[in-house]
Design a protein around this ligand. Structure first.
Ligand code: HEC
Ligand code: HEC
Ligand code: HEC
Ligand code: HEC
Ligand code: HEC
Ligand code: HEC
Length: 398
């Protein structure tokens, strides 16, 4: 094998291959040129083995062909409606493909750095930084919420809103609330170093959130030993990545020696009709459970766990924590069938295997919820998508 590789390397150095060999299509980024009216232009830049085909989609499932047999390394689309999400898929002669998203009229600051390196300055400054890693704000959360308060991004994570053409609608992620260290309900704790400095108004008070600043080792049903406060960048990669939905991290470090690889595939279809109750319908494809269970591994239990109890080794192979030993749990990654009865549900399901299955995000939101009805035992609304027990009725209809 080694010899083969050496021969191959020698062949490349000697120029025996005239056409450069790419591992596959690589997208360098997207540049948006905001128009005067309600539309913008987007240019996608890529590399690979020509000829290329370019496809476009609003939801990651239905693709229309924009170009075929093209030898160019870019494609310009002049007519994108502002405040709609677009996905571009580029495939090359080897059959390999890559997908990227465009958010007209905004340029996504989390990537496309090869095309526009000035984007670094949105977050870093060289000699007068307020925070570690030369950040322009004292902390990560403060940095993220200078834009994600709705001022420099269409996503306002504190109110849990996304901007549509001329309105705002709820996000699938849900609201974080003011992210202030004081003045929040008692269930919501945000440590000072994880506060937002935004002065934009917040009208939504969530009833539970992923409390920022809480030690990650305190995640219920988890085995993490990370004594670091939970922040945006523990779930999202600030520099973006080309592989996961919402720039979710590709690797989550659980303990000093255990890391979990994340391959979370989904698409966000802009939906001004609010069909699913949100401004964007999320098409969860695969991998979302592994993301949540990196920190909450005990809860990734397979079919039957409500009847026979939690298994001692959790998906993806981590040991169960003491608090969950001998407990019974609601199964995930299971189709909507119980004792021969097929359920229907308006809650979001994951569809990647061709069978719709229950995942954590079927019942929970990722950031927070404003729904009501605390659990008497846990004292929390647990980031649920509906008022207390509403989610249960959505499937079991007792
Ligand atoms: C959206 C904000 C944002 C943008 C844009 C951004 N960064 Fe960062 N960067 C961060 C944050 C936040 C951290 C801290 C990460 C951490 O604590 O793990 C960071 C950390 C870093 C680090 C140190 C840790 C690491 O990941 O290697 C380097 C180097 C870096 N950034 C370089 C760059 C360069 C170069 C650019 C432009 C090409 C850039 N960043 C653009 C937010 C950003
Ligand atoms: C300089 C402004 C700015 C900062 C700072 C910033 N963002 Fe963004 N972010 C954007 C823009 C612009 C988009 C593209 C979507 C839009 O608003 O149109 C975006 C998109 C996103 C998305 C959705 C990406 C996708 O592919 O669907 C996530 C998640 C995100 N940002 C998280 C963060 C996190 C976490 C931080 C802090 C490390 C951060 N952002 C800091 C401007 C910013
Ligand atoms: C515990 C992990 C976690 C933390 C912490 C977190 N996010 Fe997210 N975020 C997610 C997930 C998962 C999604 C996708 C949710 C969905 O589509 O159902 C998401 C979605 C988003 C989106 C897309 C809009 C939406 O809400 O659906 C933005 C923007 C974003 N996050 C920014 C942030 C910022 C800024 C912070 C810090 C203030 C943050 N996130 C903290 C996991 C997290
Ligand atoms: C990086 C680690 C991390 C990831 C990834 C993560 N969580 Fe958490 N989660 C935590 C921590 C830490 C807490 C405890 C802090 C708190 O209670 O707010 C927590 C608490 C919770 C709670 C309890 C909140 C309450 O009010 O009782 C729920 C529910 C939850 N997470 C669901 C999820 C879901 C669903 C996902 C996947 C979208 C997820 N978590 C991904 C770290 C994580
Ligand atoms: C069928 C709906 C449903 C699914 C699926 C689900 N949860 Fe929950 N979860 C709940 C409810 C409801 C609560 C609140 C406690 C209660 O009422 O029993 C909760 C509570 C939690 C809590 C807070 C601690 C606790 O036990 O009360 C965490 C953390 C959590 N869930 C994480 C997850 C993760 C991670 C997944 C996926 C592996 C998941 N949940 C799947 C409904 C669900
Ligand atoms: C998205 C649909 C869905 C939702 C929402 C849902 N369930 Fe289930 N439930 C199922 C399915 C499917 C099964 C069968 C799981 C299996 O194969 O083990 C199940 C199994 C159960 C069981 C039987 C466990 C056993 O095997 O003995 C109980 C009890 C239960 N659910 C209660 C709840 C409660 C309480 C809630 C609300 C917190 C809830 N479910 C929400 C789909 C759902």
């Amino acid at each position: 094998m080694k010899i083969l590789l050496k021969l191959l390397a020698a062949a490349v150095i000697l120029g025996l291959f005239s056409v450069p060999v790419y591992a596959g299509v690589k997208i360098d980024g997207v540049i948006i040129d905001p128009g005067e009216g309600a539309t913008s232009a987007a240019t996608v830049y890529y590399q690979g083995s020509p000829p290329f085909s370019v496809y476009r989609s609003l939801d990651g499932t239905q693709w229309t062909t924009c170009a075929a047999g093209s030898s160019e390394n870019y494609y310009t689309d002049n007519d994108l409606d502002n405040y709609y999400n677009y996905y571009f898929k580029i495939s090359d002669s080897t059959g390999s493909y890559a997908i990227t998203a465009a958010y007209p009229p905004n340029n996504n600051v989390h990537g496309s750095f090869r095309l526009n390196s000035s984007l670094c300055a949105a977050c870093h400054v060289t000699h007068s930084a307020s925070g570690g890693y030369l950040l322009v704000q004292p902390t990560g959360v403060a940095l993220c919420t200078t834009c994600h308060d709705g001022t420099q991004s269409k996503y306002d994570v504190r109110n849990g809103k996304v901007r549509l053409e001329d309105t705002y609608a709820d996000t699938s992620g849900g609201p974080f609330g003011p992210l202030a260290s004081s003045g929040q309900p008692v269930e919501i704790v945000v440590y000072e170093a994880y506060s937002s400095l935004s002065t934009e108004p917040v009208s939504i008070l969530p009833t539970s959130i992923h409390n920022l600043g809480t030690f990650i080792s305190g995640a219920p049903g988890g085995i993490s030993d990370r004594g670091r406060g939970l922040g945006c960048i523990d779930c999202h990669d600030p520099h973006g990545n080309t592989s996961n939905f919402r720039n979710l991290k590709t690797v989550i470090e659980v303990t000093y020696d255990v890391s979990v690889n994340i391959d979370f595939q989904a698409y966000a279809r802009t939906d001004p009709d609010l069909t699913g109750g949100y401004g964007e319908d999320i098409y969860y494809n695969s991998g979302s459970i592994y993301f949540c269970s990196a920190c909450h591994s005990d809860y990734a239990q397979a079919a039957g766990s409500g009847a026979i109890g939690a298994t001692t080794t959790q998906i993806p192979g981590l040991a169960i924590s003491a608090q969950s030993t001998n407990k019974f749990m609601h199964a995930v990654n299971t189709p909507l069938i119980f004792r021969g009865e097929y359920y229907s549900s308006s809650l979001p399901l994951e569809t990647g295997t061709g069978v719709n299955v229950v995942v954590c995000l079927t019942c929970h939101q990722a950031h927070g919820t404003f729904k009501t009805g605390e659990n008497k035992i846990t004292g929390s609304t647990a980031l649920l998508r509906m008022d207390r027990q509403g989610v249960c009725e959505e499937c079991h209809k007792k």
